[in-house]
Design a protein around this ligand. Structure first.
Ligand SMILES: Nc1ncnc2c1ncn2[C@@H]1O[C@H](COP(=O)(O)O)[C@@H](OP(=O)(O)O)[C@H]1O
Ligand SMILES: [Mg+2]
Ligand SMILES: [Mg+2]
Ligand SMILES: [Mg+2]
Length: 308
């Protein structure tokens, strides 16, 4: 790996490589069929894949970037969950390593970085067999802002002739753009995406007011922004956490979109910020659609979430 590349570029390139490895762990646990499901709370599950993929990502990154703060969704202590040497990934994606670092990120130091890791986003869907909804998320933030993100889809099917290769990895870097996919132009009509497994009456009310042509209910924060069919993501509820939105926000904003809470405020991604995204999620592929959705949400609903 080029030691001369700025740390933000090296970390993004390392994150792209380790996300694929974590995706293979996610597929391997499913193929073995022993999911080891633990109920963390109401409608909130963890599997062996969440735990192992998290160890793979956190151990691999913390060995290379010991001064960065790395925060993962799952509490999987190394003692309980032995790290197999084949889970340690020290290579870095060559395409990302070759990127020109934006001037504003060249001086970032390792200790300025907070990494938010969601080893398996869409756990409910994973346990129920909606495997294409599952993603691995690694979000890189500096000064409270998501500046880099990796979204890996372990079950994306790449057709190469008669052969199918599983998995693709999408990345985004502030002021540099995105890679691994081509963002589709927004659909003509308003197509909204939202939760499949964590709805409630307030979530539904915020959807009703959107005057949408279609509502797509899919799992995971990562998948909603990738699917390419929807242009707005509305989730008027607490439940998502910083590791759910850091990588998606970085990728979306690098592609010209915007992710905020339901009140239109940006979340902060510093290490000491509260983990829950208490005031929901509102994301859109461009500013115009974001403003449209924000203006449609009734003030009393915004107030209710803010005062919860
Ligand atoms: N009410 C709730 N309780 C717990 N987690 C919630 C939740 N609402 C949303 N989430 C989490 O936010 C992410 C996106 O939710 P959804 O798929 O419902 O849109 C999921 O991440 P994980 O699967 O990584 O836990 C999900 O668990
Ligand atoms: Mg979870
Ligand atoms: Mg998640
Ligand atoms: Mg998760």
């Amino acid at each position: 790996m080029s030691v001369s590349a700025p740390v933000i570029i090296r970390l993004l390139a390392s994150s792209v490589s380790v996300a694929s490895r974590a995706g293979k762990i996610v597929r391997d646990v499913m193929s073995k069929g022993e999911l080891g499901i633990v109920e963390k709370g109401k409608d909130d599950y963890q599997t062996e894949a969440d735990r192992s993929a998290e160890r793979c990502i956190i151990d691999s990154l913390s060995r290379q970037y010991p001064k960065a703060r790395i925060i993962g969704e799952e509490d999987s202590s190394p003692n309980e969950n032995e790290v197999s040497p084949e889970w340690i990934v020290l290579d870095a994606d060559k395409e990302v390593l070759g990127l020109e670092c934006p001037a504003s990120l060249k001086g970032v130091k390792e200790e300025d970085i907070v990494v938010w890791v969601d080893p398996l986003d869409g756990t409910s869907e994973y346990t129920q067999g909606f495997l294409e909804h599952v993603t691995v998320l690694i979000g890189i933030s500096v000064n409270d802002k998501p500046v880099g993100g990796v979204i890996h889809q372990p079950y994306f099917k790449n057709q190469a002739g008669s052969e199918v290769k599983m998995g693709r990895t999408i990345w985004g870097l502030s002021e540099a753009g995105v890679g691994g996919f081509t963002p589709a132009p927004p659909p003509e009509s308003i197509i909204i995406t939202t939760t499949r497994s964590h709805s409630n009456p307030v979530v539904e009310k915020a959807l009703q007011v959107m005057n949408a042509a279609q509502i797509l209910r899919v799992g995971g924060a990562g998948y909603k922004l990738l699917e390419g069919k929807a242009s707005v993501y509305v989730f008027a509820s607490p439940g998502c956490k910083k590791w759910d939105t850091c990588a998606p926000e970085a990728v979306l904003s690098a592609a010209g979109g915007k992710l905020t809470d339901i009140l239109g405020n940006f979340y902060k991604y510093g290490a000491n910020e509260p983990k829950p995204n208490k005031t929901g999620v509102l994301a859109a592929v461009n500013d115009e659609l974001h403003s449209y959705a924000l203006n449609r949400i009734p003030q009393d609903l915004k107030d209710a979430l803010a005062n919860k």
